[in-house]
Design a protein around this ligand. Structure first.
Ligand code: F6P
Length: 492
């Protein structure tokens, strides 16, 4: 286990004298107009939630797309702002994208081609040459922003995710004195699935400019090695998990991402949370014997319809729970300009209406749908209120909501129903693991959860908490930093 101060010491030791730059599409703090006032919020993004505490510990510059409507108002003339706004620890540098760039690079190639390509959820990827061209241009713009910061310095650049597959190659063309690592936050599919992308070679070539490529689990590392082996001319050194191509080696490693266990536990323990729980009970009439919760970005990969159907089936099979059980679905709108997301939004809304209509009694409805952005305090209060949480992703790189739920349960109680097809399922084996495609399996798990005796609930939760406490986000970052610190800067 590593904590924030140990990570700080490690970063100071290993990264001293070097510039540390993180690059991602999503920014950790978004400034928006609320009436006449500017306020900031934190996006619903596992990536930013995990990396923000790491950056707070390590310091450095984080370059990301400025997506808030008031983002430009608060930056300096270099488009920088110190964050977290209330207690600055590092620099956020915002990069601006035009509507056309956002459409082609973010909505288009990143989220309609690469996202469905990498998640096995049977949504057909859309490959559009115009989107691909915009994607390449935007990767170049991120590279220009990184190179402007690096100049003649030695720098470690830590790139995030599938939006920036060409970035390392483009940076190194101009700044060879950079060591770069890229972390892939979503699954990597097998070769058969990946090769349908018309630009598969360029994408792999871009990623292999990195010195290190990280995935959540070994299975995705193996898929990546196989994909590279079958597509590019190169040498795979299996025992070292390395790819050697044109004299350059790229190491491939699993680093299961996590949360800041102590921060979440701390947030869940304050008096403010107790008050927030009471407010929620009162506002939504959440006083039933069993409360269950699902917290997700509204995304077709999250298996939300499947879990709603399971709640419907559970109540139909066990009518004695009507009036005694409420499921709270928190849905954060996401990628709202994309058709598949519009469809899933409609499907979820219609399903909830139907199920509530079928089972309602007086004021009681089985499903409470909160379709809005909630504060970290409200989210943790809901997690504390719940008897059990359902994470039923059809496919998910890790799923940090599952780990947050576990971290929030300092009372030692609570049950996690978790999809086998999340990276988290490999570590959180004391959860009730389900195949999310099987509505019957989720229904059975719900039945098991409502009937589980307290000693079993506590035994399982204590093991789950030990896992997340041990493998927290600081250990994740510490492992990556230790790995990149082994590389030597090229001469020149
Ligand atoms: O974790 C995968 C990911 O796509 C991140 O890159 C991203 O920040 C998060 O999900 C949320 O998605 P978005 O940034 O598109 O809202």
């Amino acid at each position: 286990m590593m904590d924030k101060s140990e990570l700080q010491r490690l970063a100071q030791d290993k990264l001293k004298d070097y510039l540390f730059i993180v690059v991602s599409n999503r920014e950790p703090y978004i400034h928006s107009w609320v009436g006449e006032e500017i306020r900031y919020s934190r996006p619903a993004s596992g990536l930013t939630v995990a990396l923000d505490p790491v950056m707070q510990a390590c310091g450095g510059i984080w370059i990301a797309y400025g997506s808030g409507d008031a983002d430009r108002e608060v930056v300096d003339k270099e488009d920088k702002i110190s964050v977290p706004p209330e207690a600055p620890q590092y620099i956020l540098k915002r990069l601006w994208l035009s509507k056309e760039e956002e459409e082609g690079y973010y909505d288009g190639f990143s989220n309609q081609a690469l996202w469905p390509l990498c998640h096995i959820v049977h949504v057909k990827p859309k490959f559009d040459e115009k989107d691909w061209n915009t994607y390449k241009e935007v990767n170049q713009r991120f590279a220009d922003a990184v190179c402007a910061e690096v100049g003649e310095k030695n720098a470690f650049v830590f790139i995030q995710d599938y939006h920036l597959t060409l970035l390392a190659r483009k940076i190194k063309e101009h700044c060879p004195r950079v060591i770069s690592a890229q972390f892939w936050h979503i699954p990597w599919p097998n070769y058969e699935a990946f090769r349908i992308c018309p630009w598969h070679e360029e994408i792999l070539d871009g990623l292999l400019a990195n010195d290190l490529v990280g995935f959540h689990i070994l299975h995705h590392c193996n898929n990546f090695l196989e994909t590279v082996d079958r597509i590019l001319e190169c040498r795979i050194e299996r025992e070292k998990y390395a790819i050697v191509r044109k004299g350059h080696s790229t190491f491939v490693r699993p680093f299961p991402i996590s949360v800041d266990f102590h921060e979440v536990s701390g947030r869940a323990s304050g008096e403010e949370v107790t008050k927030e729980m009471e407010r929620l009970r009162h506002q939504y009439d959440l006083r039933q014997e069993f409360i269950s919760i699902g917290i997700d970005r509204l995304d077709y990969t999250k298996g939300i319809p499947e879990r709603l159907k399971a709640i419907d089936l559970f109540l139909s099979k066990n009518p004695e729970y009507e009036g005694r059980f409420t499921f709270v679905q928190v849905g954060e709108p996401s990628r709202v300009h994309i058709d598949e997301y519009k469809k899933i939004n409609e499907e979820i809304g219609e399903l909830i209406d139907e199920i509530n209509w079928r089972h309602f009694r007086g004021r009681w409805r089985p499903i409470l749908y909160i379709k809005e952005h909630l504060s970290p305090l409200t989210l943790v209060a809901l997690q504390r209120l719940a008897n059990f949480s359902i994470v039923s992703s059809l496919h998910d790189g890790m799923n940090l909501v599952a780990k947050e739920f576990v971290s929030s349960r300092l009372d030692g109680d609570g049950i996690l129903i978790l999809s086998r097809f999340t990276g988290a399922a490999q570590e959180l084996t004391e959860a009730l693991l389900v195949n999310p495609y099987s509505v019957d399996a989720i229904t059975e798990a719900i039945k098991k959860a409502v009937e589980m005796p307290e000693d079993e609930r506590r035994r399982r939760m204590s093991k789950l908490r030990a896992v997340v406490q041990e493998n927290n986000v600081y250990s994740w970052a510490g492992n990556i930093i230790s790995e990149i610190a082994k590389f030597e800067f090229p001469e020149g």
